[in-house]
Design a protein around this ligand. Structure first.
Ligand code: SF4
Length: 513
């Protein structure tokens, strides 16, 4: 893709490094640069003088796939590292390789081809659907293992001469030999590397390259979540919960804003509401004259003071994720959020003029009945009654995608027909209520996500075909048919007591069914 004007791009002299790493995000720039992962890995790898790291994204048009930094093709790099955040991006991985004239199948590449590495939550939870394409996967977090891995690769005389030997590094899974692998995680999170110089697109707000949080400095005060909701992959592959001290976070922000001159800080982390110093941190950010972006909170976080700070920090909307609406379903998912607490919280937010709300729910949960679905509409209305205006409450309905290593790994996802019936029911119950809007992930894509989340190596053929057919639902239909896979039957007939595709991956989670 053509380069994007950015702050803090790292351009190194190709002649002065020992190893060249392509960091690939298998989706477009806006998607990749809206999170922290790419900026973190980019900073971490480039902090070594002997290595250069350049970024690749899926182009938005017919442009060739080239690095942002020096317009080089993927083939010129020694290592190609993909961060795998979402299953639906898998065909894009293959497309990026094919369009770069790199053989996607591991066993058809030669010793002089780049070594291809996968990491991120999808690799950690179940790398098997992509096992035929990658030389190795990193299981867990990059910080503890990246230097060891780079040193070992640098020590090779011929590229790829010893991929299998890398399996002795803790956290490295080599699909060729299917070694037992333990997840690695960063033990000293407080002093772990953090990117102070972050890449910010210098484009206008309407540009397709503008990130979701706009021009903001991202900070990760907390990692992991101690709540272990039973559907939640994040908590089961990112434990234990770790926090940076308030002092450390303030230090990072102060230096970060000096080196990344923006006027907004976005707090990153699925469990940011658990951060012990959340209110103090928000206070610090806003009193430093910066705007604030907070991804999601719990009702018990919402105090008059926090609401006042959020308003001052120009946070215009707030997200609550009850995920289920009845006490029965909340018990089943292991996540409790009382109706009274939610109503009290939104009343406070409304008093401080934070007038937009997003609510997340999961449907297709085990033992779900009609009344549990109807309760989603009733709860949303009660919350809207606190004083929301037209189109101010946005409900996000998410079909259950069972995840490996969680107590729901053996559950079946809802069928497309069931999800559609739930949506019809919710729309009927909320018809005429102008305060509430509903969105739902296309149930057909949700099923594909479940398939890739829970599947095994047989899916490699399907993913490659989808890539070759150009992606999209039609390509999925055709590819599944060609490979003789009936998606719903494949998911339904799994017997996890006999065969677990991710059996070689030990994340250390103690699953309570
Ligand atoms: S609170 Fe959120 S991040 Fe934590 S376990 Fe539950 S769903 Fe996951």
């Amino acid at each position: 893709m053509n380069s994007v004007p950015e702050l803090n791009v790292v351009k190194k002299d190709w002649r002065k490094v020992d190893l060249k790493i392509a960091l690939c995000y298998p989706n477009v720039y806006r998607a990749g640069m809206s999170g922290l992962t790419v900026r973190l890995l980019y900073g971490l790898i480039n902090s070594r003088e002997d290595v250069l790291c350049e970024r690749f994204f899926m182009p938005t048009s017919d442009e060739p796939i080239r690095s942002l930094e020096s317009n080089q093709p993927l083939k010129k790099f020694d290592v190609i590292a993909f961060t795998l955040q979402y299953e639906e991006d898998y065909p894009n991985v293959i497309r990026m390789l094919i369009e770069s004239s790199i053989q996607p199948r591991r066993n058809r590449r030669s010793a002089t081809d780049p070594i291809i590495i996968g990491g991120g939550p999808c690799a950690t939870s179940n790398p098997e659907p992509l096992a035929e394409f990658f030389d190795l996967f990193l299981i867990g977090e990059a910080e503890p293992v990246i230097d060891i891995l780079i040193d070992r690769i640098e020590s090779w005389k011929d590229t790829k001469s010893g991929v299998e030997e890398l399996a002795d590094i803790k956290g490295v899974y080599v699909p060729e030999i299917s070694n037992q692998t333990d997840r690695v995680w960063c033990r000293d999170f407080n002093s772990a590397f953090f990117p102070i110089e972050q890449q910010i697109p210098i484009v206008n707000e309407k540009s397709p390259y503008m990130t979701v949080f706009g021009k903001s400095f991202a900070i990760e005060p907390i990692r992991g979540c101690s709540r272990f909701c039973r559907f939640c992959l994040y908590s089961h592959i990112s434990f234990p919960q770790r926090e940076r001290s308030l002092e450390k976070v303030e230090e990072i922000i102060e230096e970060g804003i000096r080196r990344t001159p923006v006027d907004k800080v976005s707090l990153i982390g699925a469990s940011i509401f658990n951060y012990k110093y959340l209110e103090d941190l928000c206070d610090y950010i806003v009193s430093s004259g910066l705007r604030l972006a907070l991804p999601s909170i719990r009702p018990e976080n919402v105090t008059e003071h926090l609401a006042k700070i959020l308003r001052k920090g120009q946070q215009r909307n707030v997200t609550l994720a009850p995920d289920a609406a009845t006490p029965k379903m909340q018990e089943i998912i292991g996540k409790r959020m009382s109706e009274a607490d939610m109503v009290d919280a939104v009343k406070i937010l409304l008093r401080h003029e934070i007038r937009r709300l997003k609510l997340y729910f999961i449907i297709g949960l085990p033992s779900e009945e009609r009344e549990d679905v109807e309760a989603i509409a009733e709860l949303s209305k009660k919350i809207a009654d606190a004083g929301y205006g037209p189109k101010a409450v946005h409900i996000s309905i998410n079909p259950l995608i069972p995840k490996p290593h969680t107590p729901f790994q053996n559950e079946n996802p809802p069928s497309v027909a069931y999800t559609r019936s739930v949506l019809r029911l919710l729309r009927a119950k909320l018809r005429g209520d102008r305060r509430i809007t509903i969105e739902c992930l296309d149930p057909r894509y949700a099923q594909i996500q479940s398939l890739l989340s829970l599947g095994d190596r047989r899916l490699g053929d399907v993913v490659e075909l989808v890539a070759r057919y150009g992606g999209g639902l039609g390509a999925w239909r055709r590819s599944l048919k060609t490979c003789g896979i009936n998606l719903e039957k494949y998911l339904r007939d799994r017997n996890i007591d006999e065969y677990i595709p991710w059996k070689n991956i030990n994340v250390g989670a103690n699953i309570v069914k």
